[in-house]
Design a binder for this molecule. Sequence first.
Ligand code: FMN
Length: 226
Amino acid sequence: MPAKRVTPNSDPLPAQRRPKLRPIEGGRVALPPHETRGAMPLESCLHLRRSVREYSGAPLRLAQLGQLLWALQGVSGLGGLRTCPSAGAIYPLRTYVHVCRVEGAKPGLYRYDADMNAIEALWHGDRRKSLAAAALGQECVEQAAAIVILTSDYRRITRELGERGRYVTHVEAGHAGQNFLLQAAALGLGAIGLGRFDPDIAASLLELPEDEEPLYLLLAGHPAST
Ligand SMILES: Cc1cc2nc3c(=O)[nH]c(=O)nc-3n(C[C@H](O)[C@H](O)[C@H](O)COP(=O)(O)O)c2cc1C
């Protein structure tokens, strides 16, 4: 099937993916320290978690975004061990977030720096419409306050585990996604994981590095009904 083209609604579509996308100077946003205690027991988070597809226009606080990212891939132990288990502690997942409405961070694409507990701007702008088109028209993508893009960098894990490395990376994305969804439930936020999107188009319009494959989109925001 020929590749579909999607036109971003702000910055122009890059002629090709730019493997050397660099952080914008001065575009680093420090995230508030994460919480390690919450008001809601795990059992209640498990009970309450539901996929949310309609979001209000209310912004997330930076601390809420930081907490979600920490649950997804944050550092929780000595030597850089994370909230999410990883085969051989190789950590092949990379985390990006398209900020749409977050207090204290301009709209745009950021890379999550787990070690520094910060997000680094890669470009500023709003490509939600194009991303929704890449997600086969799923409107929730346009409504979310933040769109997390979980990608995989298979280079080291396939060196160590061979082709099995791809499989375990996908398993790991599931672990990370569930952390995110349960954390959203604990914060009283809405969230959903999306697998129905074209990874090539998403990678192209977000200008992700050539050697990374988008695996999972995770949306978060305030549910429309509350
Ligand atoms: C890997 C994965 C991919 C998913 N992709 C989509 C998707 O693209 N669009 C969507 O609306 N829901 C998607 N979902 C959410 C499921 O539809 C949802 O989990 C299911 O209907 C059960 O509902 P619940 O999450 O509220 O319990 C996905 C769920 C998983 C685990």
